[in-house]
Ligand binder design. Sequence first.
Ligand code: AMP
Ligand code: MG
Length: 422
Amino acid sequence: MDTKSLASLATDSDYDPNSMPVAKAREYIRAFLTPVAAVERLHLRAALGRVLAGEVLSTMNVPANDNSAMDGYAVRATDLQGEAEIPLTVVGSAFAGKPFECIVGAGHAVRIMTGGVMPAGADTVVMQERVRTEGERVFVPANQPKGQNVRYAGDDIKQDAQVFASGQILRPAELGMIASLGIGEVSVYRKLRVAFFSTGDELVSIGGLLGAGQIYDSNRYTIYGMLSRLGVETIDMGSIRDDPGLIEQAFEQAARAADVVITSGGVSVGEADFVKQILGRLGEVLFWKIAMKPGRPLAYGKIGSAHFFGLPGNPVSAMVTFYQFVREALLVLMGVPNPPPLPMLKAVCTTAIKKAPGRTEFQRGILSTDEAGQWTVRVTGNQGSAILSSMSQANCFIVLPDEQGNTPAGATVDVQVLEGLI
Ligand code: AMP
Ligand code: MG
């Protein structure tokens, strides 16, 4: 990252750390990300969920031969002129993997199965349901469209084509396509290493006993889960007390061990000051108040060579800020140059929502279809930033933009679908 540029943000005329629009924060974060460069070779199966480092080229056509899309008879379209059904002599068969070796002559047909190679001379396949057979003869209706039910060589992948570019995430379909080319090993970027810890005197890890006013640390579990779904390597560094010495040590250790450091808690007003001083010594970190709800405070920058995201402590805020800022940034760091945004759709909101203009709200919503098959959405209930059950009940965020005020029941709203993400 160009540290000079990070500091130079403050000279942007519209840079206001205390009222940072969501889109602006995304843009700033995006400008300072340096993706991993190291590459490893993996067996195809082991590469599921990884990011391709380098393009995949095809050395062959897929399919390699013209072949049949149906069970039926391979015929010559020129033989099928006329009014009545046409009798043809069945001269052989072509099964998938067992081609017919001779040429189909005039008045001949070859019994063919799906995937069977088109025999020389034939250009058309007639489905078996369309014909009548009598011994060695098959009666085919006249005027079958030439080329019907034939799949051509290269229909799926052309020889010498670029099949995938560098930066492609390998999902099940991509594994299958690469396998269809006979390629068994691919180059992928090494896994991104992400270290995370929680801060707060009130936090107790599972297994410990709760003292007066203490709570169990849940953010380390939601963060672990969100990171694991992205396919990064996680380093859980535990809960750290609000002690400057311990926190400084944790930041140093995390930045040495990982490409990215994520913390939760300690960036809100009142807490940020000593964290600010520590991070000022260790790296270059900006503290923002994002114009959003939930999740106002967010720290972003670099500690040594590690990228740093300081998420708010409230459990819902930590998740919302992760999905709105960190997820996309991590994808870029993993080697995906232009990660697609979370899918957004429009739905009628059946509940009224109170909202003040001037900030983006991410209300937790339940998206479903009504009797007419239309998408409708309702809020999950209590939208407090500590109500983690709202995230569990939700299958979407209802995204209410900055300028939006109160939203009456029946209004159409934007919905970000969480299915498949969490
Ligand atoms: P903070 O951002 O540190 O001011 O914390 C805001 C709120 O989130 C407080 O109520 C904290 O107790 C709570 N909180 C902070 N960290 C965690 C955590 N790791 N798990 C659950 N709650 C947390
Ligand atoms: Mg705290």
